[in-house]
Design a protein around this ligand. Structure first.
Ligand SMILES: Nc1ncnc2c1ncn2[C@@H]1O[C@H](COP(=O)(O)OP(=O)(O)OP(=O)(O)O)[C@@H](O)[C@H]1O
Length: 303
C-alpha cells in the first residue's frame, strides 16, 4: 500500500456560533508519530473527525499522499473515536472480524488479523466474551484492535491512552511506534503530556481551534527559559534573591529552582550558593512538555 503524509490544510469548522477550528494546519509524515495536545474544547476531536470524514469541514482540505481524502482512501484509516464505538452485546472476536471485513478483508484474512491483534494486545482470552463484560481498559484494547485489524495506512486515535494501566500503556506505546516504523503516519491526542513527550517525534499544541506550536519537543524548548536546580542544605531563605537576572521559582527545604533571565550568569548563582556552605546539586533543568504547554497556552490567553 502506498505510503504518504497526512496533511490537514487550513481546516475551519463552526458549530452554530461556536468556532471550533480556525484554519487548523499541520501534517504528519509517513512513519511519524505525532502528538496532538490542547486544553479541553481546543478542537482536537473535531480535527480528527474531519480527517476521518465523519464530519465535514466548512473550509480547508485533508490530503493523504498529496490527494484529497475520498471515500475509498477513508477505508485505509484506522480510527479510535473518543466516545469509543463498540457494540456492547456483540462478542469481541465476532465484532473485530465484522469490522475487518467491513474494511475489505476476506474472511480468512480477517480471522487471522483478529487472532494476531487480540494476542498482541492481551485480549485473546476474551474473544468469546461480550464487549460489555470487559473492564474499561480491556474494552479500550479491543477498540485499538478495531482500529488496527484492517492494516490501516493511516492511524488517527482520540485519547487512546486515557484510563489504561501502566502495562497497557506500554503495549499501546509499542504498537503505535511499530506502526510508525512501518511507515504509517500516526496521530493521537492525549492529555498525558509526559507520555507524549516520551513517545512522539513531533507535537502540535492547539488552542481555541488553532495550531499555536508545532515541532519536535527539543525545538519547542529551544530559546525557552533556562532553569537551574540548586541544592544547598545550609542556604537561608532568600539566598538567591539579589543575584541579577535571576528569579527564584521554588524553594523547598534545601532545594531551590531558579530561572535565568537574559544575560544572567549561572556561575554567579553557583558562587552565591557556595557562599552559604556545601552545594550538593547544581544542574540545568530542561523544560518539560507540560511547562511548554502552560507557557504556550498562557501566552495565547494574554495575546
Ligand atoms: N456537536 C457539537 N455541537 C456544538 N459544539 C460542539 C460540538 N462538538 C464540539 N463542539 C465544540 O467545539 C469545540 C471543540 O471541541 P472538541 O471536542 O473538538 O475539543 P477537544 O480538543 O477534543 O476537547 P477535549 O480535550 O475536551 O476532548 C468546543 O468548544 C466544543 O464545545
Amino acid at each position: 500500500m502506498a505510503q504518504g503524509r497526512l496533511e490537514i490544510d487550513g481546516v475551519s469548522k463552526r458549530y452554530g456560533d461556536v468556532v471550533a477550528l480556525r484554519e487548523m494546519t499541520f501534517e504528519v509524515g509517513a512513519g511519524e508519530l505525532f502528538g496532538f495536545v490542547g486544553s479541553n474544547g481546543a478542537g482536537k476531536t473535531t480535527t480528527m473527525r474531519i480527517a476521518l470524514g465523519v464530519l465535514a469541514a466548512d473550509r480547508g482540505e485533508v490530503r493523504w499522499a498529496g490527494e484529497p481524502i475520498t471515500l475509498a482512501t477513508r477505508r485505509h484509516i484506522g480510527y479510535m473515536p473518543e466516545e469509543r464505538g463498540l457494540y456492547p452485546k456483540m462478542k469481541v472476536g465476532e465484532q473485530l472480524v465484522y469490522l475487518a471485513r467491513l474494511h475489505g478483508l476476506k474472511a480468512d484474512a480477517a480471522r487471522r488479523s483478529v487472532a494476531e491483534w487480540t494476542e498482541r494486545l492481551g485480549v485473546a482470552g476474551r474473544r468469546d466474551d461480550e464487549v460489555q463484560k470487559l473492564s474499561l481498559g480491556n474494552q479500550q484494547r479491543v477498540q485499538l484492535a478495531a482500529a488496527l485489524v484492517h492494516n490501516p495506512a493511516i492511524l488517527v486515535l482520540d485519547e487512546p491512552f486515557s484510563g489504561l494501566d501502566p502495562v497497557a500503556v506500554d503495549v499501546m506505546s509499542e504498537v503505535l511506534l511499530d506502526k510508525a516504523t512501518d511507515g504509517v503516519p500516526v496521530v493521537f491526542s492525549s492529555h498525558q503530556l509526559d507520555l507524549v513527550e516520551r513517545l512522539c517525534h513531533r507535537v502540535g499544541i492547539v488552542r481555541s481551534g488553532q495550531m499555536v506550536a508545532c515541532d519536535t519537543v527539543d525545538a519547542l524548548r529551544a530559546g525557552g527559559t533556562v532553569r537551574l536546580v540548586v541544592e544547598a542544605p545550609l542556604a537561608p531563605p532568600g539566598w538567591a534573591a539579589d543575584i541579577p537576572g535571576v528569579t527564584v521559582t521554588e524553594q523547598v527545604g534545601a532545594r531551590t529552582v531558579l530561572e535565568l533571565g537574559d544575560g544572567a550568569d549561572d556561575q554567579a548563582v553557583l558562587r552565591a550558593a557556595l557562599d552559604t556552605g556545601p552545594v550538593t546539586e547544581f544542574s540545568r533543568r530542561r523544560q518539560s512538555l507540560t511547562e511548554l504547554f502552560r507557557n504556550v497556552v498562557s501566552q495565547e490567553v494574554a495575546a
